[in-house]
Design a protein around this ligand. Structure first.
Ligand code: NCD
Length: 304
């Protein structure tokens, strides 16, 4: 495999291998310090990012490699009207691998077709976010000891939340995963994902607007931010932004070993009072993201 555009580009065996590798890196980081010596990663970010871009960069540095790139479209020639394809053909002359985030759904795919080096989708509009999914899978497996036989609640903006779309696709391949989709009416999971994944595979799922009513059932609670930048008008955003706010009070009925995940950034949807709860896994998730990206970079560069 040359690129990672969609999480389903990876087989479950390949995902298991990546998670295994990430766990090995966590256990023996010193063995990986030279793995990508003299290799360069380009991070081309046409949309804001803290964790995804910096975790890719930290990952490459920890592998002994180097990093170049830009963190906003305005500082690249995109601002002069250059196409994604031309930008990426150019960057292929300078770097061995590219991680790209783009506001358009097809941005990273177009890049992969034009590039002569591997391209990783680091988020494509309201569509997909496969490396966040690897992060989430590593976190779930480390926290719960498995990826099958569990009930996973997704809460918040399921319409525009690209991390949700990719994680549902990935989890749909494991045995006996039940999906609980918690959102306001206006922010429900897109029907194409329901049809092509949940219904097509006859998976067990329910939709609700009420988080409290399903809390006791969940093994994982995946909270998300309402994706302001994808809204057509500010009024709708303001009306919906605080639909769900997770508090210690609301967690009283949750399982004692439930894990709380969030891709971050959080705005208001998890009270900071929850951070001290042992079930809060979202900052461990941040760290896991660096290790799994190290594993992915090595795989795509063919480094043993
Ligand atoms: C997410 C994203 O960019 O989709 N953030 C991330 O990569 N960790 C989630 C979000 O922005 O809400």
């Amino acid at each position: 495999m040359k690129n990672l555009i969609d999480i389903l580009d990876l087989s479950t065996e390949e995902i298991d291998e990546l998670l295994k590798k990430a766990n090995d890196i966590i256990a023996h980081p010193e063995q990986y310090r030279e793995k990508c010596r003299y290799k360069k990663l380009a991070t081309l970010f046409f949309e804001p990012s803290t964790r995804t871009r910096l975790s890719f960069e930290a990952a490459m540095y920890e592998l002994g490699g180097q990093v170049l790139g830009f963190s906003e479209a305005a500082s690249s020639s995109a601002a002069k009207g250059e196409s994604v394809a031309d930008t990426v053909r150019t960057v292929s002359c300078y770097a061995d691998i590219i991680a790209m985030r783009h506001p358009k759904e097809v941005g990273p795919l177009v890049a992969a077709m034009a590039a002569s080096v591997p391209v990783i989708n680091a988020g494509d509009g309201g569509h997909n976010h496969p490396t966040q999914t690897l992060t989430d899978l590593l976190t779930i497996s480390r926290e719960q000891g498995r990826l099958d036989n569990m009930t996973v609640g997704f809460c918040g903006d399921l319409k525009f939340g690209r991390t949700v779309h990719s994680l549902i696709a990935a989890l749909s391949r494991y045995e006996n995963v039940k999906f609980v989709l918690i959102s306001p009416e206006e922010l429900k999971l897109p029907s194409y994902i329901k049809k092509e994944i949940l219904q097509y595979k006859h998976l067990d799922y329910v939709q609700t607007t009420n988080l409290e009513s399903v809390m006791p059932d969940l093994d994982i609670l995946y909270m998300t931010r309402v994706q302001r930048e994808r809204f057509f008008n500010e009024e709708d955003y303001l009306r919906l932004k605080d639909s769900y706010i997770l508090t210690p009070e609301k967690l009283k009925t949750a399982k004692p070993d439930m894990s709380i995940l969030h891709p971050l950034p959080r705005v208001n949807e998890i009270s900071t009072a929850v951070d001290a709860d042992p079930r809060a896994a979202y900052f461990k998730q941040v760290l896991n993201g660096k290790y799994v990206r190290m594993a992915l970079i090595m795989k795509l560069l063919g480094v043993e």
